[in-house]
Design a binder for this molecule. Structure first.
Ligand code: HEC
Length: 211
């Protein structure tokens, strides 16, 4: 009996001393391994002395590409490489080529999107006579005018990326691949009569050409 008491007594005293504190009932008293109650890691929205801007929540590294969004293809995820400058425009005109095949399917989608996004200013045949223009909106030159009939596709894409003068950027409402499909269609409107035969090139696409 004495032996048991020898064990129980110190434990009981220790427990009574450590479990509660008389000073402040809101304080937890002695904490065994406080790291398990209070994590030493920084909470997301707390300040952080380790970074110059003192924010624990970090921005993604510059150039980070979002992954895993099903509607975007790899083409749409790539950052646009040319700067929004006259030099960037010229460089895009020389280097940037349509990566999509001129299939009937792509062309049909390009036409559909053109009718949704561009026709209001550029007009059905790209003559620069859309409903917005008829109501005193900005008048674009016709695609088959001397000014635009030889415009390279890279410059067209650059314009849809950043906009040009009175035309706004379309990069937030259309993905890169959608804009390339539209450009395919716009190229048919660059030809003299505005209704061109679609150049056949089905080698680049695996999609069945129908519609
Ligand atoms: C709000 C009216 C408006 C809409 C919508 C619009 N454009 Fe334009 N676009 C213009 C005007 C105005 C210009 C002439 C810009 C200039 O050179 O000053 C232009 C110019 C262009 C050019 C010639 C660019 C160059 O490099 O000279 C292309 C190509 C073009 N647009 C394509 C498109 C496509 C494709 C769409 C649809 C995705 C579209 N535009 C939607 C008004 C519009």
């Amino acid at each position: 009996m004495k032996k048991i008491l020898n064990y129980i007594l110190p434990v009981a005293i220790l427990a009574s001393v450590s479990s509660c504190s008389n000073e402040d009932p809101k304080k937890p008293g002695f904490e065994y391994m406080p790291d398990m109650y209070r994590s030493p890691s920084y909470e997301t929205y707390t300040s952080n002395p380790n970074f110059p801007d003192s924010m624990t929540a970090r921005q993604p590294v510059k150039g980070t590409i979002a992954r895993g969004d099903a509607i975007y293809t790899d083409l749409d995820r790539m950052p646009y490489p040319y700067p929004e400058t006259p030099e960037g425009y010229e460089q895009a005109g020389v280097e940037l080529k349509n990566p999509l095949g001129k299939t009937e399917l792509n062309m049909a989608e390009g036409k559909r999107l053109y009718q949704n996004y561009c026709i209001i200013c550029h007009g059905e045949k790209g003559m620069g006579d859309g409903p917005v223009v008829l109501r005193n909106g900005p008048k674009p030159p016709a695609y088959n005018s001397d000014l635009l009939k030889n415009l390279p596709e890279g410059k067209m894409f650059h314009t849809t990326q950043f906009g040009k003068n009175m035309m706004g950027s379309h990069s937030s409402q259309l993905t890169a691949s959608q804009r390339w499909k539209i450009i395919m269609y716009v190229q048919t409107l660059q030809l003299p009569d505005g209704t061109a035969a679609v150049p056949a090139d089905s080698t680049k696409s695996t999609a069945p050409a129908k519609m």
